[in-house]
Design a protein around this ligand. Sequence first.
Ligand SMILES: NC(=O)c1ccc[n+]([C@@H]2O[C@H](COP(=O)([O-])OP(=O)(O)OC[C@H]3O[C@@H](n4cnc5c(N)ncnc54)[C@H](OP(=O)(O)O)[C@@H]3O)[C@@H](O)[C@H]2O)c1
Length: 241
Amino acid sequence: MPTSIISGGSRGLGLALVERLLARGDAVATFSRSGSAALTALAEQHPTTLHTRCLDVSNADEIRSFVASTYERFGGITHCIANAAIAHEGVLATMRDDEIEAMLTINLKGSIVLVREAVRLMLFSKAEDAPSVVVVSSVVARTGSQGLSVYAATKAGLEGFAVSLARELGPRGIRVNAVAPGFLETDLSQSLSEDNRRRIVRRTALGRLGTCDDVVAAIDYLTSHRAAFITGQTIAVNGGA
Ligand SMILES: NC(=O)c1ccc[n+]([C@@H]2O[C@H](COP(=O)([O-])OP(=O)(O)OC[C@H]3O[C@@H](n4cnc5c(N)ncnc54)[C@H](OP(=O)(O)O)[C@@H]3O)[C@@H](O)[C@H]2O)c1
């Protein structure tokens, strides 16, 4: 049975991913700082295949221990999906040091440390399992968005990380890709003003915001044998934004 680690599985895209990968038959391990009623209910339905813990991705020791406990519990790690992130919106000139620090630490460093810990153990997985890493970026890494420059920097950093890591791990049979969603209907985008929301929809070819399911489908694909020859890519899931 493939084992997938997903950061930030308590709500939004992470929770939708946990549900999809459990449904396709993976053992799943996920964490977030606070958990959620939805994730607790899911853990009750899947007592043997869902491993959850409350922890902060900025704590490298806790990440190391969580990844090790996943390996011990399920006997391997096949896929790692770095999804947890935060977004502080605001023009750079007024952004506080602690906001900048938090985005860099959680979105970029936290994802890199999680992937490092997972990859160390994924090196033991079998090539026929098609092991892979997916980092969750954002449309703003490439298109830009006023008020999201630091958040965009963390996401652009992840895309650069993925393309180099793909070269490093390709010879070991591990694929590394990024997925860059457009704006989605989740807690993270709740702060969008009505004006901004209308502007985004207007400039999106398909005329709507994305859903978690739109993005889950791409990650489901990238973490499957169907994507066995795809690595070092960023797949945009943005409706033509
Ligand atoms: N929503 C959008 O419009 C959009 C667009 C493009 C890309 N994305 C990307 O898609 C991914 C998922 O976004 P989302 O909209 O689903 O976000 P969300 O609804 O805010 O969920 C974020 C998840 O990450 C967890 N998390 C945040 N900080 C954490 C930390 N320090 N340690 C551990 N877990 C942490 C949260 O749980 P806790 O708060 O309990 O820790 C939650 O489970 C993110 O990478 C985001 O940048 C989102």
